[in-house]
Design a protein around this ligand. Structure first.
Ligand SMILES: CC(C)(COP(=O)(O)OP(=O)(O)OC[C@H]1O[C@@H](n2cnc3c(N)ncnc32)[C@H](O)[C@@H]1OP(=O)(O)O)[C@@H](O)C(=O)NCCC(=O)NCCS
Length: 169
């Protein structure tokens, strides 16, 4: 059912392939008529070695990968938002993705459960994320693991509607 571990910079090449395949596939299947292509390209460009190195060194950020048969097939990342060194305890789940050929096998659920447990161990009280109302697989996964819609954000980034979903720990 997949093994979750912390990501290291040496994982970057393999992880990038999975990240790109997952988001390209999702865009083609669910987002094409909703999320501008230039927005996807911007997101993909942000996933570069320089930013990755920074994130992995940032003490309040964390990244997990999930492996099957020793191969990376998914990942998730988050940041604990503390603000002025005060332990704010709010986590932003920035991304979660499973390679298209490994989806619907429970790996996303395993990865997100691991993420939630990590946040509980860090004594955080809330996880929040931004998603698109057209991302049915992701929304179902979040709802199954206890996230609820907290706000509907009209014409947010890229002039499109986003959904903020949260889970209180
Ligand atoms: C969202 C995602 C991570 C789910 O990963 P996964 O490994 O396929 O999910 P799981 O097999 O663990 O499924 C868990 C639950 O998610 C929901 N789900 C997953 N895929 C689904 C689909 N194609 N259609 C509807 N619901 C789906 C179901 O509720 C499922 O529970 P069930 O199997 O008991 O019905 C994966 O679809 C993905 O990588 N999507 C592209 C990237 C993305 O959208 N990320 C989130 C951006 S906000």
């Amino acid at each position: 059912m997949g093994i979750v571990r912390r990501m290291t910079i040496e994982d970057f090449g393999d992880e990038l392939e999975v990240f790109t395949a997952s988001f390209e596939d999702s865009w083609n299947r669910y987002e094409k008529d909703y999320y501008p292509r230039k927005a996807l390209e911007f997101d993909l460009q942000q996933h570069n070695p320089e930013n990755m190195k920074k994130t992995l060194e940032e003490p309040n950020s964390f990244r997990f990968v999930i492996e099957e048969n020793g191969k990376i097939v998914g990942g998730a990342s988050g940041t604990i938002l503390r603000g002025n060194d005060i332990e704010g305890g709010l986590v932003r789940l920035s991304s979660i993705y499973i390679h298209p050929s490994h989806q619907r096998k429970g790996l996303g659920r395993t990865l997100l459960n691991h993420f939630i447990e990590h946040c509980k161990q860090q004594k955080c009280h809330k996880i929040t994320l931004y998603t698109l109302p057209v991302l049915i697989p992701a929304m179902n996964l979040y709802l199954k693991l206890g996230f609820v819609p907290e706000a509907y954000l009209r014409k947010e980034w890229w002039n499109i509607d986003f959904l903020k979903m949260s889970k209180w720990l």
